[in-house]
Design a protein around this ligand. Structure first.
Ligand SMILES: Cc1cc2nc3c(=O)[nH]c(=O)nc-3n(C[C@H](O)[C@H](O)[C@H](O)COP(=O)(O)OP(=O)(O)OC[C@H]3O[C@@H](n4cnc5c(N)ncnc54)[C@H](O)[C@@H]3O)c2cc1C
Ligand code: SF4
Length: 465
């Protein structure tokens, strides 16, 4: 089918429609409705097919974006899904949660004035639609090999590594300390961004394809790491970062203060189990204050709105333009009613009878230091207070202490991240590879997938050398 590459002039960018605000604020369901096939085709048609596709280079897994956009435009959805799976183990997940404006879409030639091609949305549509039509990825290897690989952690890094190695025929066992797979995809990211049956569908397919999952099994506690190293030909470690960064000025032990991941995990657990949300009574009709400006903070804000908070505010020490998370999620949190306070640094908790009743802040501003670099400084005499019944802290995550790695000769850096060599994923123990947040520090789903898939290729080369 011959394509008119100037269609972007006639066709504006259209995003997937969102369900109504009223509905959104009461439900833990994805907020974007499915686009009509005709509209997806039209959006895919907007691709210029520029000779040097920057989108593909900027995408951490280097998806064949122009090629699958063309297939989507031609209605060849199954072929598009096959192609999409060559570079990404979970395209439908990335289409939902990647901050596209900073990655593929931010590099689209059309982003400069015409509105980028809605790459993420088309990526999600292709795989969702292919599954709907009865397609399944071909996970079954041509033959089974006699080499065994252990994967520690079933977040996106571990699952992507397990997927690729299994497709190559290696015998893969995934060890996961939780009762379900997915890592932060399952227990961190809320269902209004990523519904959990999407991960469950992959779990069933992976099991059918021969990957063995040992759930409720924590390495370093239930099984020593040296045993894993002895029993397997190679090991991948993708155990994520779970130590919450704390604000040193906060007095410990007050009730009404909760750390973001404890909050989100508790709500996700209850929803997965179809149980009443335990934390609802602490949120409903209360004033909730979220501290932080990243994706996790946005998720806490939007979760609190859905649990019936009377008011949700969020304070961030820098300006909105410096927020580290996705612009889309900031826009969604604002639309859903959060009040944002910028350039506000928390300096203490206010308490009444052992319960938090607010937070004390100092205003901040950006000032040039001696070298001309802009640094954040407190403004003298600008202290102020915000009342709150519940304070949620979202200051980021670091790796937990992992003493179990040491006997396995796996070195970590000063921040507790596993050290890997140069551009490779191999650790100081040649048999052990690592990737995702435990190597990069808290990052993105697509980076974890890229590391997992890259590690699988390195493990294959290592085992065949
Ligand atoms: C609330 C929240 C929202 C986010 N939203 C987004 C978003 O919208 N878009 C985006 O791109 N990124 C987002 N991120 C970041 C993203 O989720 C992570 O970068 C990504 O999940 C990292 O993948 P991973 O596989 O390295 O680790 P994880 O997803 O953390 O998985 C690690 C797994 O290892 C398991 N594990 C740990 N220790 C052991 C052990 N000793 N034995 C066995 N198993 C173990 C854990 O239980 C877990 O299942 C968000 C993060 C958070 C916290
Ligand atoms: S994986 Fe993420 S960055 Fe790559 S094309 Fe998909 S949405 Fe864009």
């Amino acid at each position: 089918m011959k394509k008119n590459v100037n269609r972007f002039i006639e066709l504006a960018r259209i995003d997937a429609p969102k369900i109504s605000l009223q509905e959104r604020k009461n439900e833990f369901k994805e907020i974007y409705s499915k686009q009509e096939p005709q509209e997806v085709k039209q959006q895919a048609e907007r691709c210029l097919e520029c000779g040097n596709p920057y989108c593909q280079w900027k995408c951490p897994v280097h998806n064949y974006i122009p090629q699958w956009l063309k297939l989507a435009y031609e209605g060849r959805i199954i072929e598009a899904a096959e192609l999409s799976h060559q570079t990404n183990s979970f395209p439908e997940i990335c289409g939902r949660v990647c901050p596209q404006e900073r990655l593929c879409e931010g590099s689209c030639t059309l982003d400069d004035g015409f509105g980028a091609v809605s790459i993420g949305n088309v990526e999600k549509y292709i795989t969702d639609e292919a599954f709907k039509q009865g397609w399944q990825p071909n996970y079954t290897p041509a033959k089974r090999l006699d080499k065994k690989v252990a994967v520690i952690g079933s977040g996106p890094a571990g699952l992507a590594c397990a997927d690729i190695l299994n497709r190559k025929g290696f015998q893969v066992t995934v060890f996961e300390r939780q009762s379900a797979i997915g890592g932060l995809l399952t227990f961190g990211i809320p269902a209004f961004k990523l519904e959990k049956d999407i991960i469950q569908r992959r779990f069933e397919l992976f099991r059918q394809a021969g990957i063995v999952f040992k759930l409720n099994t924590e390495i370093g506690k239930d099984i020593v790491f040296e045993q894993i190293i002895a029993d397997f030909d190679a090991v991948f470690v993708g155990n994520g970062t779970y130590l919450a960064v704390k604000e040193s000025s906060f007095n410990e032990g007050l009730t009404g203060v909760i750390e973001s991941l404890d909050y989100l995990t508790s709500v996700n657990q209850d929803l997965i189990n179809d149980a009443e949300v335990t934390l609802r009574k602490q949120v409903q009709n209360k004033q909730v204050l979220v501290l932080g400006g990243g994706d996790t903070a946005m998720d806490c804000i939007r979760t609190s709105i859905r649990l019936g908070a009377a008011k949700v505010s969020a304070a961030y020490r820098r300006g909105s333009e410096d927020m580290p998370g996705s612009r889309r999620e900031y826009a969604n949190a604002s639309e859903e009613g959060c009040e944002f306070i910028f350039y506000a640094q928390p300096i203490g908790l206010l308490e009444k009878d052992g319960h938090v009743c607010g937070v004390k802040f100092v205003k901040t501003r950006l000032e040039a230091d001696a070298g001309g670099r802009k640094v954040l400084v407190p403004v003298n005499g600008s202290e102020f207070e915000i009342k709150a019944d519940l304070v949620i802290t979202a200051f980021g995550f670091r790796p937990e202490e992992l003493p179990w790695l040491t006997p396995g000769q796996v070195a970590v850096d000063t921040q507790g991240r596993i050290k890997v060599s140069g551009n490779c994923q191999q650790s100081s123990n040649p048999k052990v590879f690592a990737g995702g947040d435990i190597v990069r520090g808290a990052s993105l789903v697509v980076h974890a997938i890229a590391d997992g898939m890259g590690s699988a290729r390195e493990i294959e080369a290592f085992l065949q050398s």
